[in-house]
Structures are given as structure tokens and as C-alpha cells.
Write a protein that binds this ligand. Structure first.
Ligand code: ADP
Ligand code: MG
Length: 319
């Protein structure tokens, strides 16, 4: 990442964060009915309903980047929809309508595409969302699926990335790392858990973990007010079995699609108790929001403190 990019910089020099920052300055600040523009898991818009916001998000899956040509089309479809559902979950919302754009090679079998749609539909239906249209194009090389989703959330429950407060506890659902060994195609977006959370507790900030805990913590810090830092404890990070005991995998692998959120520590005991009665999914407190210039700090089992660099997935850092 380069803060003052050269005029002719390539996207790989800027990195994904850096490029989006540049695009944000081209587009300009949000206006009128836009409550939250670029910088969160979904855009947040004022529609006609005075009690609700609309949530708007899109996320592609590309052959060779997010799935392999040999993967089952039903799973590719599931993943394409579920990635977007996960962004609606991160705002505390309910998914409603989806459109789907696909790019197909001419020799792709119609059966493959129908299977893809069976996967898209299964994920949408499970969370009460309907596919209402899309677009179809030919590609010469890699195929892609882009889902665009609209959701809704009660205004009082909308949870952005930006509300972390000094002293908050930081919690994460599930276990992290090793997702590319299989879970990335079959994961469950945490819509039910997020709805339960925002309906029962005052969650201050939330994000879904798409690019890896280290990168997504950085996103949460960048979205927070200045002077706010995050401290996490290495020994508390829940490591998935697929990560084979690797803390680095849990910190940086990405595609976990779990929820990371902050909440006043006074609620944590009640939250954990009620959570355990409601879900079998793990819920782990991994750290605290602190007053600090440093951004994300990881505290080792021996008490050592190190800045945690965002080393998760960056589209342009990888070839
Ligand atoms: P997520 O991983 O939740 O999909 P990202 O962290 O990748 O979100 O994106 C951060 C923000 O940047 C989001 O608000 C997203 O809408 C915005 N963004 C990403 N790519 C573009 C783009 N090409 N044009 C405009 N906004 C973008
Ligand atoms: Mg997201």
C-alpha cells in the first residue's frame, strides 16, 4: 500500500485498500438518501419506510480466483449468494431481493448453469431472499458470477463498521482459518446469528470476516473514530480444525465469513449465556477496544505486544 501513489501506479502497487481509497475520492462523499456509502459491508439507503433502511451490496465470484473450474456448480452458486448474504448479516439486516450477472464461455453446458442456479436459489431461499433478475454475457476466458443483493434493516438495529467504543469487548463467532480446504464453498452466512444479536444486544460495530481476521480488524479500526485501537490476545483466537493448529492461518487465511463485533463488556456475560442456549456455534471474546494511536495490537501468551499487520487476502497482492 502506498499513501501517495505515483501517477502511473499499477493496481498491484496500490493494493485493494489503496485502490478503493482512490475510487472513493473520484466518486465523492455520499449525498441525499445515502446514509452510509463506500466503506462498509453494504451501502445504507433511506427508502420509503421511515422505520427501515435499505442495504445494498454486490460481490463477485470469479473462476480461478474464488473457485476452481472443477468445483461443483451448485457449490459455486451457493458461495456466490452466501458471500453477499454475509454482508447483509454484517449490517444486522434481512436479505430480500437479488439479481445475478453471469459470464459464460460458449461451450459451457446448460446443465452446469442450471446447477449453479440451484445453488444460488438454495442459499437465497434459506434466508428468505428471492432472485428477481440478472444479466448474461459471453466471456472468452474465466467465467464469473456477480450477485447484487438488497436487504432491509430496522433503523434502530442497523450496525455499521464504525461504532466501536473505547472499552468494548471484541467477539468473534465460529472458528477461523483453513477455509480454502473446503468451507469456502459451503459456509453458512451468519444471518440468523446477526439478527439475534442486533435484536437482543446493543452491538456497537460489526463486520463479516471475508479477507482474514488481521485485514478485517484493520478495516474496523479504519472505520472507527480516530484514537481508537484494537488489542487482541493470540491465545484467545479460535482456530478451526482445517487450520491445523496454525495461528497464522486463523489470522490471515480469509473466507471465514464469521461475524466480528464489539459490545460493551457489561453485556458479555449475559450475551454468552443466552447465546449458548440459542446456538451451538462458538462465540469467543478475543480482545478489547482501547484508546491508542497504534492500530491493531496482538498480545502473545507471554505478554509480548506486536502490531498486527493486515496480511489477509488482497486481490492485487496475489497473482
Ligand atoms: P466486503 O469485503 O464487505 O465486500 P470490502 O471491504 O471489500 O467489502 O469493500 C470496502 C468498501 O469498498 C465497500 O463499502 C464497497 O462497497 C467498496 N468498494 C469496493 N470495491 C468498489 C468499487 N470497485 N467501486 C466502488 N466501491 C467499491
Ligand atoms: Mg463484508
Amino acid at each position: 500500500m502506498n499513501p501517495t501513489p505515483k501517477k502511473n501506479a499499477r493496481v498491484r502497487d496500490l493494493g485493494e485498500f489503496g485502490l478503493i481509497r482512490e475510487l472513493r475520492s473520484v466518486i465523492g462523499p455520499p449525498r441525499g438518501s445515502v446514509v452510509v456509502g463506500i466503506g462498509d459491508d453494504c451501502a445504507v439507503l433511506r427508502g420509503d419506510d421511515p422505520d427501515k433502511y435499505l442495504l445494498y451490496t454486490c460481490d463477485p465470484v470469479v473462476e480461478g480466483v474464488h473457485y476452481r473450474r472443477s468445483d461443483q456448480p451448485r457449490q459455486v452458486g451457493w458461495k456466490a449468494m452466501a458471500r453477499n448474504l454475509s454482508d447483509i448479516a454484517a449490517m444486522g439486516g434481512v436479505p430480500r431481493w437479488a439479481v445475478v450477472s453471469i459470464g459464460l464461455r460458449r461451450d459451457t453446458r446448460a446443465r452446469w448453469v442450471k446447477e449453479l442456479y440451484a445453488g444460488l436459489r438454495a442459499a437465497a431461499r434459506k434466508f428468505g431472499c428471492q432472485i428477481v433478475g440478472g444479466d448474461t454475457t459471453q466471456v472468452k476466458h474465466e467465467q464469473f458470477v456477480v450477485v447484487t443483493l438488497i436487504g432491509e434493516v430496522e433503523r434502530s438495529r442497523m450496525t455499521s463498521r464504525s461504532g466501536a467504543k473505547v472499552g468494548d469487548s471484541i467477539l468473534v463467532t465460529g472458528k477461523l482459518g483453513g477455509s480454502r480446504r473446503g468451507k469456502h464453498l459451503t459456509f453458512t452466512p451468519r444471518i440468523n446469528e446477526a439478527r439475534w444479536l442486533v435484536g437482543n444486544f446493543p452491538v456497537h460495530a460489526m463486520i463479516d470476516l471475508s479477507d482474514g481476521l488481521s485485514s478485517d480488524l484493520q478495516r474496523l479500526v479504519e472505520a472507527s473514530r480516530p484514537g481508537i485501537g484494537f488489542e487482541i490476545h493470540a491465545a484467545e483466537i479460535p482456530i478451526a480444525r482445517a487450520a491445523r493448529g496454525s495461528l497464522a492461518a486463523a489470522l490471515h487465511d480469509g473466507e471465514d465469513f464469521e461475524l466480528l463485533f464489539t459490545i460493551d463488556p457489561r453485556h458479555v456475560t449475559a450475551l454468552r449465556k443466552q447465546w449458548a442456549r440459542t446456538f451451538t456455534l462458538e462465540l469467543t471474546e478475543i480482545g478489547r477496544v482501547v484508546r491508542s494511536r497504534e492500530q491493531v495490537t496482538i498480545i502473545g501468551a507471554d505478554g509480548s505486544r506486536k502490531p498486527l499487520a493486515p496480511a489477509g487476502y488482497d486481490h492485487f497482492a496475489t497473482s
